[in-house]
Design a protein around this ligand. Structure first.
Ligand SMILES: *Cc1c(COP(=O)(O)O)cnc(C)c1O
Length: 231
């Protein structure tokens, strides 16, 4: 019998729970972001009705056409794809969390817009891991500079780091990249006052989220394992 979104969501949540247990971490520490890019509002609604509270989209324009069609109390939208500066204003209006801040210019622009619009947006700094082909992501050195810029931001709230592991043959091969991101976060937090520590690590996708959880992920971004493959 064909699996429903609800069945697949349950399976993913069970796997998250098992990975958390292996790592000796509480399940509650891990937020599942259901990545709904390319999926239609009715399918997204099905996921929300099955209990999803966090949704991820990678393009501002696509999200703009879908967000108002999805109903649910307490649903949060995450921008996980590259953000062009001409879409920054709309992104601040639409999203609760922006995972892809990867330059000082973008950080400053988003902060200016967020304060103009009086929007409390949370941001993560996206760090390039290995030589993954994605357009976005700062080098570690650049990431430290972006973090500095965000530390003097008036409105944006810097919550953590995001990374995409390079495409590899097996999930286990992602582990060193996840570890690298975790170590960078620890380095940043070293000597930071308690109340300003970074706490979110957005890493792990359908193919490798369990490894990411073992390595400390607090947000996993899972698309195909919930919604089925993208055509
Ligand atoms: C598409 C996408 C995902 C989800 O990928 P799946 O392999 O379908 O789980 C996660 N993160 C980012 C940044 C993406 O673009």
């Amino acid at each position: 019998m064909e699996q429903t979104i609800k069945d697949r969501l349950k399976a993913v949540n069970d796997r998250i729970a098992a990975a958390a247990q292996r790592a000796g971490r509480p399940h509650s520490e891990i937020t599942l972001i259901a990545v709904s890019k390319t999926k239609s509002p009715p399918l997204i609604q099905e996921a929300v009705d099955a209990g999803v509270r966090d949704l991820g989209e990678n393009r501002v324009q696509e999200a703009d056409e879908k967000i108002e069609k999805v109903e649910g109390v307490g649903v949060r939208w995450h921008l996980i794809g590259h953000l062009q500066s001409n879409k920054a204003r709309r992104a601040v209006q639409l999203f609760d969390v922006i995972h892809s801040v990867d330059s000082i210019e973008l950080a400053e622009r988003l902060d200016r817009i967020a304060s103009e619009l009086d929007r409390r947006v949370k941001v993560l700094v996206q760090v390039k891991l290995g030589d993954e082909p994605s357009k976005s992501g700062a080098s570690e050195t650049e990431a430290l500079q972006v973090i500095d810029a965000l530390d003097s931001a008036s409105t944006l709230q810097l919550d953590g780091l995001m990374g995409i592991a390079p495409l590899l043959d097996s999930p286990e091969e992602s582990r060193p990249f996840f570890r690298q991101l975790k170590e960078l976060m620890e380095k940043v937090n070293d000597g930071r006052p308690e109340d300003r520590r970074l706490k979110e690590l957005s890493m792990g996708m359908s193919g490798d989220f369990e490894i990411a959880i073992e390595e400390g992920a607090t947000m996993v971004r899972v698309g195909t394992a919930i919604f089925g493959s993208r055509s």
